[in-house]
Design a protein around this ligand. Structure first.
Ligand code: AMP
Ligand code: MN
Ligand code: MN
Length: 324
């Protein structure tokens, strides 16, 4: 984020009184943590802020301070002077929240996805940041904005989860500088980490057990996959939020270069979640072939078709990418 970017952000928000803030569907801690921190900041400026997510701040995110600020979209659309989209690469990923943005509402788009479609009237997109939360820390610091402990905890959760606990590509000295600053603002790292990583529902463990039992290794063990049929989702009573991170167990195996998770959704639709272990394998490009996007080493798509059909087509495209 450059000085010009943050000056433009301030200019855009200065005279706005009523502001909507939202992030992508199937939210993660970067989406929600960024939404909550940005909302708290706008409130401190005296703005009337309405924060949404298609799914609200679902159960497992109860550890994010002030998560109750994030509501489900209300029945009646409101009117906003500015609408802020955070951590959202394409407008359609706002889901049903989109219906709450009146045509012509100026959109401020703050995101770190390389595949961001610049759908805003002002787009602040930094693919070198591993989390939207890091962009916000840098923005607040550049503008001399105090970061409260609640804001800091939300932003730390955003950065910690999107970087796989400070491991993934994009984790740089800027990331540690941001995290260090957040700790100086009062984040209790062990307590927060316990909530984020050591408080998984039993359901999720059963899902992991299923994944480990049914995982497949293709292309001489370079690609690992796991499929989740709807019937299993129903039997194990898995919630969408339980899936996150399961795929990392597949990627962590020696020799695996890319991992893919195929989740059957109702209506002959498959949600694909792809991860790569090496920068030379660009899963964002492969997901892009199917109308999805994300980051070079972590991307997704929603593809119409059956599990068998979608996984065959996707693996074919991915095997070309891993061969290059
Ligand atoms: P996931 O595999 O769902 O954790 O997503 C990995 C990354 O890809 C995230 O940054 C998502 O925002 C992005 N992503 C996932 N699904 C899609 C999609 N259908 N279209 C665009 N980006 C996506
Ligand atoms: Mn996200
Ligand atoms: Mn993110």
């Amino acid at each position: 984020m450059t000085t010009t970017d943050w000056t433009s952000v301030h200019d855009m928000l200065r005279n706005a009184r009523r502001i909507g803030v939202a992030s992508h569907l199937r939210p993660d801690a970067d989406a929600l943590g960024s939404t909550i921190a940005f909302t708290l900041w706008l409130q401190s400026l005296g703005k009337e802020v309405h924060a949404f997510n298609e799914e609200g701040a679902t159960g497992k995110f109860h550890y994010l301070p002030q998560h109750a600020l994030v509501a489900l979209p209300p029945a009646d659309p409101g009117f906003y002077d500015v609408f802020v989209a955070l951590d959202t690469s394409v407008k359609k990923r706002l889901g049903t929240v989109l219906e709450h943005i009146a045509p012509g509402t100026p959109i401020l788009n703050i995101d770190h996805h390389v595949s961001n479609e610049r759908f805003g009237d002002l787009n602040v997109v930094d693919p070198t940041a591993p989390a939207t939360g890091q962009m916000l820390v840098e923005f607040f610091r550049m503008s001399g904005t105090p970061i409260t402990r609640d804001m800091a905890t939300n932003l730390f959760a955003a950065i910690s989860t999107d970087t796989g606990s400070f491991q993934y590509a994009g984790t740089t000295e800027r990331t540690f500088a941001a995290a260090s600053h957040l700790i100086s603002c009062g984040v209790d790292v062990p307590a927060l980490s316990r909530e984020m990583y050591e408080n998984q529902p039993r359901r999720r463990f059963e899902l992991l057990r299923h994944a480990l039992e049914t995982a497949r290794f293709e292309c001489d063990g370079r690609i690992a996959t796991f499929s989740l049929p709807l019937e299993v989702t129903r039997r194990l009573e898995v919630l969408p939020e339980d899936n996150e991170g399961i795929i990392d167990h597949l990627r962590s195996v020696e020799g695996v270069e890319a991992a893919v998770f195929f989740e059957e959704l109702p209506g002959e639709m498959v949600r694909v979640s792809a991860r790569s272990k090496f920068p030379r394998i660009d899963v964002c490009k492969v997901c892009g072939l199917f109308g999805g996007g994300g980051h070079p080493m972590a991307a997704g798509a929603r593809i119409p078709g059956t599990l068998a059909d979608v996984s065959a087509r996707f693996l074919d495209a991915l095997s070309h990418e891993t061969r290059n």
